[in-house]
Design a protein around this ligand. Structure first.
Ligand SMILES: *Cc1c(COP(=O)(O)O)cnc(C)c1O
Length: 448
């Protein structure tokens, strides 16, 4: 544990330490780098500055620190029970981000994003949510700063996760199942397929459209992918570094599950700094679902962040913005692309990526629940599955490794997914090369 006064007071901006900087985000019409002015139409100026920043550390504003202290610092826990069950010589630690009021790491960036909008005098925010975690986090942050919020929630999740919707309503947000009739993007999708259950990409299109329509008072917010979102999450890893220093140890392997990259970056980047700046050799591993394998099977190319093509072009490992992932229960990991920084790091082989099938993640989640007592979010169970693989490997090789994974959230609002698992209704999904070729073949040929 760290005390409240030991909470780090700056976020870490890994761009400062990268030899190959992330490629610029491009305007799709001109293919010129997007400017601050262009991004400021969509996002708060405070975060747009951070998006372009080359500073190594960015101070966390006082008001944001005060709100972080509602639940931070979060515990670093040694998983003795899991180690024992695996009979491994490895030491397994996890950083418990499930202790936030909304149950996941998403609040680490929701609070500063709403803060910078509030400072600028913005009154309304829009966003999308898949699993409902981001929508919940932003709803709570908006209620603290007195902004109102429209959340476009992927229709499949809206029906599967009624309690997430009700959490957002509790904090005063308006939740709309997407695709909806409120936007041109939604209406166009519904005209083609009235029963469409939606995707993150579609919901982003709707939320962006509403924000663009009301530029005087409204901005859009995004819970992952962008540089500043990843930076806000580094509070996780900054704390973990301090906690390991106190314990007189350092991990050999750091693991995070991967949707758009924010919790992975949050736990991983502060340790990666030791590799980049001090020549250490800590393995930093991103874990994605086998059914949405952008890091392990996608292409490194410019692509849109949404389905309709309203966002700028982002340099990313992507499966193509029309990729439709299978209906797996880790809703937060069903996104077609990765952020620019993480993509560059992977391209330069400074981080690793692996994929895990759905059934293995639920087996790992159950073992963790029965040994450590915490029911993990299906997303977080991907990180647990990889930690278990590494611990088993350490046993086979007879070496003692120190493994750290991020428990990005608890699964108490995801019990429907566990119910489906218990009922034997879940399975693994494999994606054919042909399908990936078809969804990536239309990407612009910008990165040669
Ligand atoms: C949103 C979410 C994720 C995936 O998003 P990242 O930006 O990749 O972190 C993972 N775990 C939980 C619990 C989430 O809510």
């Amino acid at each position: 544990m760290l005390s409240e006064d030991e909470m780090p007071q700056a976020w870490y901006n890994i761009v400062a330490d990268m030899k190959n900087k992330p490629l610029p985000v491009l305007n799709p019409q001109t293919r010129e780098p997007v400017t601050r002015e262009q991004l400021s139409v969509l996002f708060a100026e405070g975060v747009v500055d951070q998006e372009f920043s080359q500073e190594r550390y960015i101070e966390i504003p006082e008001e944001v620190q005060d709100m972080y202290r509602i639940w931070r610092c979060t515990p670093l826990v040694r998983a003795y029970g899991l180690e024992k069950a695996l009979d491994t010589p490895a030491k397994i630690y996890f950083k418990n981000e499930s202790t936030s009021p909304i149950g996941s790491h998403k609040l680490n960036t929701a609070i500063p994003q709403v803060y910078y909008n509030y400072k600028q005098g913005i009154k309304h925010l829009t966003t999308e949510t898949g699993g409902g975690q981001w929508g919940s986090a932003l709803s709570f942050a908006c209620s603290k700063f007195g902004l109102d919020l429209k959340v476009f929630m992927v229709k499949a999740s809206y029906h599967q996760k009624p309690y997430r919707k009700l959490m957002m309503n509790t904090w005063g947000a308006d939740v709309i199942p997407s695709p909806s009739n409120l936007t041109d993007a939604g209406r166009a999708i519904l005209a083609q397929d009235p029963d469409c259950l939606g995707s993150l990409g579609m919901a982003i299109s709707e939320a962006v459209e509403i924000a663009m329509r009301n530029q005087e008072t409204t901005r859009y917010t995004l819970g992952s992918v962008l540089n500043y979102v990843l930076m806000h999450q580094t509070i996780i890893g900054e704390e973990a570094v301090k906690q390991f220093e106190k314990a007189g140890e350092m991990p050999d392997i750091v693991i995070g599950c991967f949707g758009g990259g924010s919790n992975f970056a949050g736990i991983g980047f502060p340790f990666l700094r030791m590799n980049l700046a001090e020549g250490r050799n800590i393995r930093v591993v991103a874990v994605e679902p086998q059914s949405c394998p952008k890091l392990t099977r996608g292409v490194f190319q410019y692509d849109f962040g949404d389905t309709t093509g309203l966002t700028p072009l982002i340099p990313m490992y992507t499966l193509g913005h029309n990729f439709q992932p299978a209906d797996i229960h880790a809703g937060g990991l069903r996104y077609h692309g990765a952020g620019a920084i993480v993509s560059q790091l992977l391209h330069d082989k400074l981080i690793e990526a692996v994929s895990v099938p759905q059934m293995e993640t639920f087996e790992a989640g159950l073992l963790f629940a029965n040994t450590e007592g915490i029911i993990p979010a299906p997303e977080s169970a991907h990180a647990i599955a990889q930690a278990i693989r590494e611990a088993k490997k350490a046993k086979e090789e007879g070496v003692s490794k120190t493994i750290l994974f991020n428990l990005s959230g608890h699964g108490l609002i995801d019990m429907y997914a566990y119910e489906q698992y218990f009922a034997g209704n879940l399975k693994n999904f494999t994606i054919s090369d042909e399908y990936i070729r078809s969804t990536t073949s239309e990407l612009p040929d910008i990165i040669k």
